[in-house]
Design a protein around this ligand. Structure first.
Ligand code: INI
Length: 158
């Protein structure tokens, strides 16, 4: 019997791209800080001269799939992390943006074979988004952990 799973012990060869939305950047910048902190504490070089980490900015969550797709197709990264925040209270087309972002990200992941982490907060209020971006917990940290596990898993399986 084979147990196939990703680990967190050796991230020295992991190549990571983050695609982050500027919309609600009060929230997305906090997610980015949490994400980078977790990557760094797992041994990934997050310095400006890093060969392991690139960061791409897009206008909003709707644009996350197309840029994730372009990066995944480069065959340069083991995993792509998307970061965004869509808040229902302020967003009449909440459902459209969330649906396109989530479906697009899932489809890019399947099409390219590169794991794309869904790091888009979808909340009813700004307060809830703030709580998930640092006031209570910073989910950016969790998204980075999930990226390390998936990136490592794909390396193990290749
Ligand atoms: N983009 C977001 O990332 N979050 C939002 O809450 C949001 N709202 O409120 O509309 C949002 N809209 C912009 C959208 O993602 C696109 O950037 C825009 O429609 C241009 O394509």
């Amino acid at each position: 019997m084979a147990i196939i799973e990703g680990t967190f012990v050796n991230s020295s060869s992991l190549r990571v791209a983050i695609v982050i939305a500027r919309f609600n950047d009060l929230i997305t910048n906090k997610l980015l800080s949490g994400c980078i902190d977790c990557l760094s504490r797992h041994g990934i070089d997050v310095s400006e001269s890093s060969e392991q980490l690139d960061i791409a900015w897009v206008p909003g969550a709707f644009e996350l799939p197309i840029v994730s797709q372009a990066l995944a197709k480069k065959e340069k990264y083991d995993v792509v992390i998307t970061l965004g925040a869509v808040i229902r209270g302020d967003t009449p087309h909440f459902d459209v943006v969330v649906s396109e972002a989530s479906k697009g990200i899932a489809s890019v992941s399947r099409e390219t074979g590169i794991p794309i982490i869904f790091g888009v907060l979808t909340t009813d209020t700004m307060q809830q988004a703030l709580e998930r971006a640092g006031i209570k917990n910073n989910l950016g940290w969790n998204y980075a952990l999930q990226a390390i596990e998936m990136g490592n898993l794909m390396q193990v399986m290749s």
